[in-house]
Write a new protein. Structure first.
Ligand SMILES: [Zn+2]
Length: 354
């Protein structure tokens, strides 16, 4: 059995909706999106971007295929009778004599370009036109998803540009897929929700990344790849319980596991231990496999205390090992769960601010 920490079964319902569309291309697209999750978990953001770009193209073509395969066939091949037969295979099968004719399956290798597919689908759903510039190379935006994809595939990409790739994943690829999947199932009682399909307790971290990138942009700063670190860690932890604080222990025995975790409760260097508050970790919920609860610590911004604001600027969890340094600006702000007002008041009292 696959080892996944499950918190709800919504993704199974979403998969049923995907299957009911009866498009192989769309099923394939969703498999590709799930694979992109794994690449994000492995810090391969560039390859994740390539897969998500690919998934978008598949959903667009799938949507045209649902009307008729001829809409995705490259017109230059349609003069060839073999191709024409394969496109019209179903029609042939309904003709009394056509059923006997030998016909190959339609070859999806020979299809229209991404841009053509986008424009054709935009006639069905005009609202997607506003995404055109952010998705396609035409229009000259160097941060357009497909332009970044081409740079990665043809010029090997550049790890120093990971912030741009992460921004394209979080602000373009995933929100566009959310909208597109919702649109193509808008007639259903409950349209597809990408967040549920990708397990909403993990997808929470996409919203965290969006918040961080938005704050960086408002501050006039470039996008930073660390915005997606919680998503990467959450994917890995949910699927493999790795990285774990146990990994660098010499020996683990079941009986003293709690003591092993407890022994790790040290603060990272440079942190003031007095300026921390216990919180639940949104990734592992601070429970060890033997159900001991060891709260995570949020490091509080000392300067903000003067304004009577208890704002986290760092985070460490002793169970799943996720850590945020204060240098990762805005990350703790969006990742750490809301601090209980009573706890915050108590904290301010302890420092004599109330
Ligand atoms: Zn944790």
């Amino acid at each position: 059995m696959k080892h996944v920490l499950i918190q709800s079964g919504h993704f199974l319902t979403e998969w049923e909706k995907v299957s009911s569309l009866k498009s192989q291309l769309i099923v394939s697209a969703v498999n590709v999106i799930e694979s992109a999750y794994w690449l994000i978990g492995g810090d391969h953001y560039q390859q994740a971007l390539v897969l998500l770009d690919n998934a978008i193209e598949l959903v667009l073509k799938g949507e045209l295929e649902r009307i008729h395969p001829v809409l995705v066939a490259d017109h230059r091949n349609l003069g060839d009778f073999e191709t024409l037969k394969s496109v019209l295979k179903d029609a042939f099968r309904q003709h009394p004599a056509g059923a006997q004719v030998s016909i190959a399956d339609f070859d999806f290798e020979r299809t229209i370009y991404f841009e053509t597919a986008f424009d054709r689908v935009a006639e069905l759903y005009p609202s997607i036109r506003s995404w055109r510039k952010r998705l396609l190379t035409k229009g000259g935006d160097p941060n357009a998803l497909h332009a970044l994809r081409n740079g990665i595939m043809h010029y090997k990409g550049d790890r120093d540009e990971n912030g741009r790739y992460v921004a394209a994943i979080v602000e373009v690829a995933l929100p566009f897929l959310e909208e597109l999947l919702k649109l193509i199932t808008q007639q259903a009682a409950e349209p597809i929700r990408l967040s549920h399909l990708l397990k909403e307790w993990i997808y929470r971290e996409v919203e965290v990344a969006k918040g961080v990138l938005s704050d960086l942009q408002s501050a006039g700063r470039a996008p930073e790849a660390y915005a997606i670190a919680p998503l990467a860690h959450h994917i890995l932890w949910s699927h493999t319980r790795w990285p774990s604080p146990q990994d660098d222990l010499d020996m683990v025995t079941m009986n003293d596991e709690w003591y092993d975790y407890a022994a790790r409760q040290k603060f990272p260097s440079g942190w003031d231990g007095d300026l921390t508050i216990d919180v639940d970790c949104p990734i592992c919920h601070s429970f060890t496999p033997d159900n001991s609860h060891i709260p995570a610590k949020a490091l509080i911004n000392g300067e903000k205390l003067n304004e009577k604001i208890v704002a986290p600027e760092g985070f460490i969890c002793y169970i799943c090992g996720f850590q945020i340094e204060p240098t990762q600006t805005y990350l703790a702000k969006h990742f750490v769960p809301a601090i209980d007002p009573d706890k915050a008041t108590e904290f301010l009292k302890d420092f004599g601010f109330v």
